[in-house]
Write a protein of this length. Sequence first.
Length: 434
Amino acid sequence: MEKVGIPTLTIVTSAFSSLADNTAAGEGAPSWCKSVIEHPVGGISEAQVRANVDKIWPDIKAKLTGWKPQASTAAASAQPYPLKTFKVKGDEATVNEFMSRRHYTMSLPVILPTKERVEKMLTGTTRAPSEVLGKVGPRDGVLTVELVAVHAVMAGCKPEYMPAIIAACEALLDPAVNWRGCNTSTGSLTMLIVYNGPIVKKLGIANSVGAAGASQPVNNRIGYCLSLIAEVVGGSFPGVDMSNLGAPSDLVAWVVGEDEAHLPKGWDSFAVSRGFGKDESVVTVAGVYPGVDHMDHSATTLDRYLEGFRSVTGMGGIFRSRIGYQGTDNKDITPIIIFSPELLNFASDNGLDRAAFQKAFWEKTSLPLKYLAGINQSQLDIFAKRYGIEITPDTMIPQAMAPEDLCIVVSGGMGKHAHLFTPFGGCASRVVGN
Protein backbone atom coordinates (compact mmCIF):
# COMPACT_ATOMS: atom_id res chain seq x y z
CA MET A 1 0.00 0.00 0.00
CA GLU A 2 2.94 2.29 0.63
CA LYS A 3 3.98 1.79 -2.99
CA VAL A 4 0.70 3.28 -4.21
CA GLY A 5 0.91 6.25 -1.86
CA ILE A 6 -1.22 5.05 1.06
CA PRO A 7 0.53 5.55 4.43
CA THR A 8 0.52 2.19 6.18
CA LEU A 9 1.49 1.18 9.70
CA THR A 10 1.18 -2.09 11.60
CA ILE A 11 0.65 -2.15 15.35
CA VAL A 12 2.22 -5.15 17.10
CA THR A 13 2.48 -6.02 20.77
CA SER A 14 5.81 -5.97 22.58
CA ALA A 15 5.75 -9.75 23.07
CA PHE A 16 5.26 -10.43 19.36
CA SER A 17 7.59 -7.79 17.90
CA SER A 18 10.37 -10.26 17.04
CA LEU A 19 7.90 -12.61 15.31
CA ALA A 20 6.56 -9.67 13.30
CA ASP A 21 10.07 -8.62 12.24
CA ASN A 22 10.95 -12.18 11.25
CA THR A 23 7.78 -12.56 9.20
CA ALA A 24 8.22 -9.20 7.47
CA ALA A 25 11.81 -10.05 6.55
CA GLY A 26 10.63 -13.39 5.16
CA GLU A 27 8.13 -11.53 3.00
CA GLY A 28 10.93 -9.35 1.60
CA ALA A 29 10.40 -6.28 3.80
CA PRO A 30 13.30 -6.02 6.27
CA SER A 31 12.43 -2.32 6.57
CA TRP A 32 8.79 -1.86 7.53
CA CYS A 33 6.60 0.59 9.43
CA LYS A 34 5.41 -0.56 12.84
CA SER A 35 4.51 0.75 16.27
CA VAL A 36 4.88 -1.44 19.33
CA ILE A 37 2.16 -1.42 21.98
CA GLU A 38 2.59 -2.92 25.41
CA HIS A 39 1.47 -6.54 25.73
CA PRO A 40 -1.22 -7.74 26.38
CA VAL A 41 -4.06 -5.98 24.60
CA GLY A 42 -6.79 -8.37 25.77
CA GLY A 43 -8.05 -9.11 29.26
CA ILE A 44 -7.16 -5.67 30.61
CA SER A 45 -9.34 -2.72 31.62
CA GLU A 46 -10.52 -0.08 29.19
CA ALA A 47 -8.52 2.49 31.15
CA GLN A 48 -5.32 0.47 30.67
CA VAL A 49 -6.04 0.05 26.96
CA ARG A 50 -6.44 3.80 26.57
CA ALA A 51 -3.28 4.47 28.56
CA ASN A 52 -1.28 2.08 26.36
CA VAL A 53 -2.65 3.69 23.19
CA ASP A 54 -1.83 7.17 24.49
CA LYS A 55 1.78 6.07 25.00
CA ILE A 56 2.27 5.09 21.36
CA TRP A 57 -0.02 7.66 19.72
CA PRO A 58 2.81 10.18 19.04
CA ASP A 59 4.83 7.39 17.40
CA ILE A 60 1.85 6.39 15.24
CA LYS A 61 1.28 9.95 14.03
CA ALA A 62 4.95 10.53 13.33
CA LYS A 63 5.33 7.34 11.31
CA LEU A 64 2.12 7.74 9.32
CA THR A 65 3.24 11.21 8.22
CA GLY A 66 6.98 10.82 7.95
CA TRP A 67 8.13 7.21 7.73
CA LYS A 68 10.22 6.20 4.72
CA PRO A 69 11.63 2.76 4.00
CA GLN A 70 15.32 2.44 4.70
CA ALA A 71 17.69 1.20 2.05
CA SER A 72 18.22 -2.46 2.81
CA THR A 73 21.72 -3.40 3.88
CA ALA A 74 20.85 -7.09 3.80
CA ALA A 75 22.63 -9.27 1.31
CA ALA A 76 20.66 -10.36 -1.72
CA SER A 77 18.76 -13.56 -1.13
CA ALA A 78 20.84 -16.58 -1.97
CA GLN A 79 19.55 -19.00 -4.57
CA PRO A 80 17.89 -21.97 -2.88
CA TYR A 81 19.82 -24.47 -5.01
CA PRO A 82 22.48 -25.68 -4.82
CA LEU A 83 22.98 -25.21 -1.10
CA LYS A 84 26.20 -23.62 0.02
CA THR A 85 28.57 -25.73 2.07
CA PHE A 86 30.78 -24.64 4.95
CA LYS A 87 33.70 -26.10 6.86
CA VAL A 88 34.07 -26.22 10.62
CA LYS A 89 37.18 -27.47 12.40
CA GLY A 90 36.68 -29.81 15.33
CA ASP A 91 35.07 -33.09 16.31
CA GLU A 92 31.36 -33.88 15.88
CA ALA A 93 30.49 -32.42 19.28
CA THR A 94 32.15 -29.14 18.32
CA VAL A 95 30.36 -29.00 14.98
CA ASN A 96 27.02 -29.82 16.61
CA GLU A 97 27.53 -27.00 19.10
CA PHE A 98 28.34 -24.62 16.23
CA MET A 99 25.20 -25.67 14.36
CA SER A 100 23.05 -25.31 17.46
CA ARG A 101 24.26 -21.74 18.07
CA ARG A 102 23.32 -20.82 14.51
CA HIS A 103 19.85 -22.44 14.76
CA TYR A 104 20.79 -25.12 12.23
CA THR A 105 19.50 -27.74 14.70
CA MET A 106 16.97 -27.95 17.55
CA SER A 107 19.73 -28.11 20.21
CA LEU A 108 19.98 -31.92 20.15
CA PRO A 109 22.95 -33.53 18.38
CA VAL A 110 22.35 -34.54 14.77
CA ILE A 111 24.07 -36.67 12.17
CA LEU A 112 26.20 -34.17 10.29
CA PRO A 113 24.84 -33.57 6.76
CA THR A 114 28.01 -33.95 4.74
CA LYS A 115 27.83 -33.60 0.97
CA GLU A 116 28.30 -37.34 0.52
CA ARG A 117 25.52 -38.21 2.97
CA VAL A 118 23.09 -35.80 1.34
CA GLU A 119 23.86 -37.17 -2.11
CA LYS A 120 23.19 -40.70 -0.85
CA MET A 121 19.90 -39.56 0.72
CA LEU A 122 18.80 -38.10 -2.62
CA THR A 123 19.07 -41.54 -4.25
CA GLY A 124 15.83 -42.38 -2.43
CA THR A 125 13.73 -40.15 -4.70
CA THR A 126 13.40 -39.47 -8.41
CA ARG A 127 12.51 -35.84 -7.70
CA ALA A 128 15.10 -33.28 -8.80
CA PRO A 129 17.18 -31.88 -5.92
CA SER A 130 16.51 -28.37 -7.23
CA GLU A 131 12.72 -28.75 -7.12
CA VAL A 132 11.07 -26.19 -4.85
CA LEU A 133 8.30 -27.66 -2.71
CA GLY A 134 7.26 -24.33 -1.21
CA LYS A 135 8.09 -21.78 1.49
CA VAL A 136 8.04 -22.66 5.18
CA GLY A 137 6.84 -19.92 7.53
CA PRO A 138 7.31 -17.80 9.44
CA ARG A 139 10.41 -16.64 7.60
CA ASP A 140 9.40 -18.23 4.29
CA GLY A 141 12.47 -20.39 3.97
CA VAL A 142 12.54 -21.97 0.51
CA LEU A 143 12.23 -25.74 0.86
CA THR A 144 13.85 -27.73 -1.92
CA VAL A 145 14.10 -31.49 -2.28
CA GLU A 146 17.81 -31.12 -1.55
CA LEU A 147 17.03 -29.32 1.71
CA VAL A 148 14.60 -32.09 2.69
CA ALA A 149 17.47 -34.53 2.17
CA VAL A 150 19.75 -32.45 4.40
CA HIS A 151 17.32 -32.64 7.30
CA ALA A 152 16.58 -36.30 6.63
CA VAL A 153 20.29 -37.00 7.07
CA MET A 154 20.36 -34.97 10.28
CA ALA A 155 17.41 -36.96 11.67
CA GLY A 156 18.94 -40.34 10.85
CA CYS A 157 16.52 -41.23 8.06
CA LYS A 158 17.22 -43.73 5.30
CA PRO A 159 17.03 -42.84 1.59
CA GLU A 160 13.88 -44.92 1.15
CA TYR A 161 12.05 -42.58 3.56
CA MET A 162 12.38 -39.65 1.18
CA PRO A 163 9.09 -40.08 -0.76
CA ALA A 164 7.15 -40.32 2.51
CA ILE A 165 8.84 -37.21 3.91
CA ILE A 166 8.41 -35.19 0.71
CA ALA A 167 4.70 -36.05 0.55
CA ALA A 168 4.28 -35.00 4.19
CA CYS A 169 6.01 -31.68 3.45
CA GLU A 170 3.76 -31.06 0.46
CA ALA A 171 0.70 -31.73 2.60
CA LEU A 172 1.96 -29.46 5.40
CA LEU A 173 2.48 -26.70 2.84
CA ASP A 174 -1.20 -26.84 1.88
CA PRO A 175 -2.70 -23.48 2.98
CA ALA A 176 -5.54 -25.35 4.71
CA VAL A 177 -3.10 -26.68 7.31
CA ASN A 178 -1.74 -23.25 8.27
CA TRP A 179 1.78 -24.57 8.93
CA ARG A 180 2.95 -21.00 9.51
CA GLY A 181 0.44 -20.65 12.34
CA CYS A 182 1.47 -23.97 13.83
CA ASN A 183 5.08 -22.77 13.86
CA THR A 184 4.33 -19.48 15.62
CA SER A 185 1.21 -19.86 17.79
CA THR A 186 1.18 -19.43 21.57
CA GLY A 187 -0.37 -22.91 21.83
CA SER A 188 1.60 -26.13 22.38
CA LEU A 189 1.09 -27.18 18.79
CA THR A 190 2.64 -30.03 16.93
CA MET A 191 2.23 -31.90 13.68
CA LEU A 192 0.20 -35.11 13.44
CA ILE A 193 1.19 -37.33 10.50
CA VAL A 194 -0.86 -40.41 9.51
CA TYR A 195 0.28 -42.85 6.81
CA ASN A 196 -1.95 -45.31 4.96
CA GLY A 197 -1.44 -47.94 2.30
CA PRO A 198 1.53 -50.01 1.15
CA ILE A 199 4.07 -47.45 2.39
CA VAL A 200 3.30 -48.45 6.00
CA LYS A 201 4.53 -52.02 5.51
CA LYS A 202 7.24 -51.06 3.02
CA LEU A 203 9.00 -48.69 5.42
CA GLY A 204 7.98 -50.41 8.64
CA ILE A 205 5.98 -47.44 9.94
CA ALA A 206 4.70 -48.47 13.38
CA ASN A 207 0.92 -48.79 13.72
CA SER A 208 0.46 -51.02 16.74
CA VAL A 209 1.72 -50.93 20.35
CA GLY A 210 3.36 -47.59 21.13
CA ALA A 211 3.22 -46.50 17.50
CA ALA A 212 3.87 -42.84 18.30
CA GLY A 213 6.24 -43.50 21.19
CA ALA A 214 9.88 -44.32 21.75
CA SER A 215 11.86 -47.06 20.00
CA GLN A 216 9.93 -46.68 16.74
CA PRO A 217 12.84 -45.73 14.45
CA VAL A 218 10.92 -44.98 11.26
CA ASN A 219 8.18 -42.93 12.94
CA ASN A 220 10.62 -41.11 15.22
CA ARG A 221 13.09 -40.24 12.47
CA ILE A 222 10.42 -38.97 10.09
CA GLY A 223 8.87 -36.97 12.94
CA TYR A 224 12.24 -35.50 13.89
CA CYS A 225 13.02 -34.63 10.28
CA LEU A 226 9.74 -32.74 9.85
CA SER A 227 10.27 -30.86 13.11
CA LEU A 228 13.78 -29.89 12.03
CA ILE A 229 12.40 -28.53 8.77
CA ALA A 230 9.79 -26.48 10.64
CA GLU A 231 12.35 -24.94 12.98
CA VAL A 232 15.41 -24.59 10.77
CA VAL A 233 13.88 -23.80 7.38
CA GLY A 234 10.84 -22.02 8.83
CA GLY A 235 12.81 -20.18 11.51
CA SER A 236 10.43 -21.40 14.20
CA PHE A 237 12.75 -21.09 17.20
CA PRO A 238 11.69 -19.71 20.63
CA GLY A 239 10.89 -16.02 20.43
CA VAL A 240 9.57 -16.46 16.92
CA ASP A 241 7.64 -19.60 17.79
CA MET A 242 5.56 -18.04 20.57
CA SER A 243 4.46 -21.34 22.13
CA ASN A 244 3.66 -20.51 25.74
CA LEU A 245 5.06 -23.69 27.27
CA GLY A 246 6.09 -25.83 24.34
CA ALA A 247 6.11 -29.63 24.40
CA PRO A 248 8.42 -32.58 23.68
CA SER A 249 6.44 -33.04 20.47
CA ASP A 250 8.12 -29.84 19.22
CA LEU A 251 11.17 -32.07 18.76
CA VAL A 252 9.52 -35.14 17.27
CA ALA A 253 6.15 -34.80 15.55
CA TRP A 254 3.47 -37.45 16.05
CA VAL A 255 3.80 -40.05 13.28
CA VAL A 256 1.64 -43.19 13.04
CA GLY A 257 0.49 -45.65 10.46
CA GLU A 258 -3.10 -46.79 10.38
CA ASP A 259 -3.55 -50.44 11.38
CA GLU A 260 -5.55 -51.45 8.32
CA ALA A 261 -5.31 -55.15 9.21
CA HIS A 262 -7.46 -54.53 12.30
CA LEU A 263 -10.10 -52.19 10.94
CA PRO A 264 -13.65 -52.99 12.08
CA LYS A 265 -15.45 -55.40 9.79
CA GLY A 266 -16.60 -53.67 6.62
CA TRP A 267 -14.58 -50.51 7.18
CA ASP A 268 -12.36 -48.89 4.58
CA SER A 269 -9.17 -47.17 5.66
CA PHE A 270 -8.93 -43.55 6.77
CA ALA A 271 -7.32 -42.65 3.42
CA VAL A 272 -10.10 -44.33 1.43
CA SER A 273 -12.64 -42.39 3.49
CA ARG A 274 -10.90 -39.24 2.23
CA GLY A 275 -11.30 -40.28 -1.41
CA PHE A 276 -8.07 -42.16 -2.16
CA GLY A 277 -7.67 -45.62 -3.66
CA LYS A 278 -7.20 -48.75 -1.57
CA ASP A 279 -3.79 -49.44 -3.09
CA GLU A 280 -2.46 -45.89 -2.84
CA SER A 281 0.09 -44.84 -0.26
CA VAL A 282 -1.23 -41.67 1.38
CA VAL A 283 -0.13 -39.28 4.10
CA THR A 284 -2.55 -37.02 5.98
CA VAL A 285 -1.27 -34.17 8.14
CA ALA A 286 -2.67 -31.60 10.55
CA GLY A 287 -1.49 -29.10 13.11
CA VAL A 288 -2.91 -30.15 16.48
CA TYR A 289 -2.93 -29.44 20.18
CA PRO A 290 -1.69 -32.17 22.58
CA GLY A 291 -3.87 -35.25 22.39
CA VAL A 292 -6.31 -36.16 25.14
CA ASP A 293 -6.14 -39.87 26.02
CA HIS A 294 -9.59 -41.20 26.90
CA MET A 295 -9.54 -44.60 28.59
CA ASP A 296 -12.67 -46.48 29.62
CA HIS A 297 -12.28 -50.13 30.60
CA SER A 298 -15.64 -50.27 32.36
CA ALA A 299 -17.92 -49.49 29.42
CA THR A 300 -19.65 -52.58 28.03
CA THR A 301 -21.83 -50.84 25.44
CA LEU A 302 -21.19 -48.27 22.77
CA ASP A 303 -23.64 -45.79 24.29
CA ARG A 304 -21.94 -46.05 27.67
CA TYR A 305 -18.53 -45.50 26.15
CA LEU A 306 -19.58 -42.47 24.14
CA GLU A 307 -21.24 -40.93 27.20
CA GLY A 308 -17.87 -41.11 28.93
CA PHE A 309 -16.13 -39.63 25.92
CA ARG A 310 -18.56 -36.71 25.99
CA SER A 311 -17.40 -35.73 29.46
CA VAL A 312 -13.76 -35.77 28.37
CA THR A 313 -14.37 -33.56 25.34
CA GLY A 314 -16.05 -30.99 27.55
CA MET A 315 -12.68 -30.22 29.16
CA GLY A 316 -11.19 -26.79 28.76
CA GLY A 317 -9.71 -26.22 25.34
CA ILE A 318 -11.40 -29.13 23.63
CA PHE A 319 -14.33 -26.89 22.70
CA ARG A 320 -12.01 -25.42 20.07
CA SER A 321 -12.61 -28.50 17.96
CA ARG A 322 -16.36 -28.02 17.95
CA ILE A 323 -18.03 -26.85 14.72
CA GLY A 324 -14.86 -25.29 13.33
CA TYR A 325 -13.46 -22.88 15.92
CA GLN A 326 -12.19 -20.48 13.26
CA GLY A 327 -15.76 -19.54 12.44
CA THR A 328 -15.76 -21.15 9.00
CA ASP A 329 -17.77 -24.00 7.54
CA ASN A 330 -14.55 -25.85 6.71
CA LYS A 331 -14.94 -29.60 7.00
CA ASP A 332 -11.16 -30.01 7.20
CA ILE A 333 -11.05 -28.18 10.54
CA THR A 334 -12.12 -31.17 12.57
CA PRO A 335 -10.79 -33.28 15.44
CA ILE A 336 -8.73 -36.32 14.59
CA ILE A 337 -9.51 -39.27 16.86
CA ILE A 338 -7.15 -42.24 16.93
CA PHE A 339 -8.96 -45.31 18.28
CA SER A 340 -7.31 -48.52 19.40
CA PRO A 341 -8.45 -51.60 17.46
CA GLU A 342 -9.89 -53.13 20.64
CA LEU A 343 -12.02 -50.08 21.29
CA LEU A 344 -13.60 -50.16 17.85
CA ASN A 345 -14.85 -53.67 18.52
CA PHE A 346 -17.87 -51.73 19.75
CA ALA A 347 -18.46 -50.71 16.15
CA SER A 348 -18.13 -54.26 14.88
CA ASP A 349 -20.35 -55.64 17.65
CA ASN A 350 -23.05 -53.14 16.73
CA GLY A 351 -22.74 -53.71 12.98
CA LEU A 352 -21.74 -50.11 12.39
CA ASP A 353 -19.81 -49.07 9.30
CA ARG A 354 -17.64 -45.96 9.39
CA ALA A 355 -20.48 -43.58 8.51
CA ALA A 356 -22.80 -45.05 11.14
CA PHE A 357 -20.09 -44.88 13.80
CA GLN A 358 -19.31 -41.27 12.88
CA LYS A 359 -23.00 -40.43 13.28
CA ALA A 360 -23.22 -42.17 16.66
CA PHE A 361 -20.06 -40.43 17.89
CA TRP A 362 -21.27 -37.06 16.57
CA GLU A 363 -24.62 -37.37 18.34
CA LYS A 364 -23.57 -38.97 21.62
CA THR A 365 -20.58 -36.71 22.35
CA SER A 366 -22.51 -33.48 21.79
CA LEU A 367 -22.86 -31.10 24.73
CA PRO A 368 -25.34 -28.29 25.47
CA LEU A 369 -24.03 -24.86 24.53
CA LYS A 370 -24.46 -23.64 28.11
CA TYR A 371 -21.65 -25.99 29.20
CA LEU A 372 -19.19 -24.76 26.59
CA ALA A 373 -17.12 -21.61 26.64
CA GLY A 374 -15.32 -19.85 23.82
CA ILE A 375 -17.59 -20.59 20.87
CA ASN A 376 -18.02 -17.29 19.08
CA GLN A 377 -21.18 -16.05 17.42
CA SER A 378 -19.92 -16.57 13.88
CA GLN A 379 -19.51 -20.29 14.58
CA LEU A 380 -23.01 -20.53 15.99
CA ASP A 381 -24.47 -18.61 13.04
CA ILE A 382 -22.88 -21.06 10.59
CA PHE A 383 -24.16 -24.03 12.58
CA ALA A 384 -27.68 -22.58 12.87
CA LYS A 385 -27.85 -21.81 9.15
CA ARG A 386 -26.59 -25.24 8.14
CA TYR A 387 -29.23 -27.09 10.18
CA GLY A 388 -32.02 -24.51 10.08
CA ILE A 389 -32.29 -24.22 13.85
CA GLU A 390 -32.47 -21.52 16.48
CA ILE A 391 -29.54 -21.51 18.88
CA THR A 392 -30.42 -21.61 22.59
CA PRO A 393 -28.36 -22.42 25.70
CA ASP A 394 -29.71 -25.99 25.46
CA THR A 395 -28.70 -26.51 21.80
CA MET A 396 -26.50 -29.59 21.52
CA ILE A 397 -23.13 -28.66 20.03
CA PRO A 398 -21.26 -31.52 18.30
CA GLN A 399 -17.57 -32.12 17.70
CA ALA A 400 -17.71 -31.16 14.04
CA MET A 401 -20.08 -29.49 11.62
CA ALA A 402 -21.27 -32.86 10.30
CA PRO A 403 -20.70 -36.53 11.20
CA GLU A 404 -18.84 -37.24 7.96
CA ASP A 405 -16.31 -34.53 8.80
CA LEU A 406 -14.90 -36.47 11.77
CA CYS A 407 -11.46 -37.95 11.11
CA ILE A 408 -11.29 -41.44 12.64
CA VAL A 409 -8.04 -43.42 12.51
CA VAL A 410 -7.33 -46.93 13.84
CA SER A 411 -3.89 -47.36 15.39
CA GLY A 412 -2.17 -48.42 18.60
CA GLY A 413 -2.09 -51.49 20.83
CA MET A 414 -4.58 -53.26 23.06
CA GLY A 415 -6.69 -51.45 25.64
CA LYS A 416 -9.76 -49.27 25.28
CA HIS A 417 -7.99 -46.01 24.49
CA ALA A 418 -8.78 -43.18 22.11
CA HIS A 419 -6.68 -40.06 21.57
CA LEU A 420 -8.54 -36.92 20.55
CA PHE A 421 -6.45 -34.24 18.84
CA THR A 422 -7.95 -30.76 18.73
CA PRO A 423 -7.20 -29.08 15.37
CA PHE A 424 -5.41 -25.80 14.84
CA GLY A 425 -6.03 -25.59 11.11
CA GLY A 426 -7.28 -28.13 8.63
CA CYS A 427 -6.18 -31.56 7.40
CA ALA A 428 -4.48 -32.16 4.07
CA SER A 429 -3.56 -35.41 2.32
CA ARG A 430 -1.12 -36.29 -0.44
CA VAL A 431 -0.24 -39.45 -2.34
CA VAL A 432 3.24 -40.73 -1.55
CA GLY A 433 5.02 -40.89 -4.88
CA ASN A 434 8.62 -41.52 -5.87
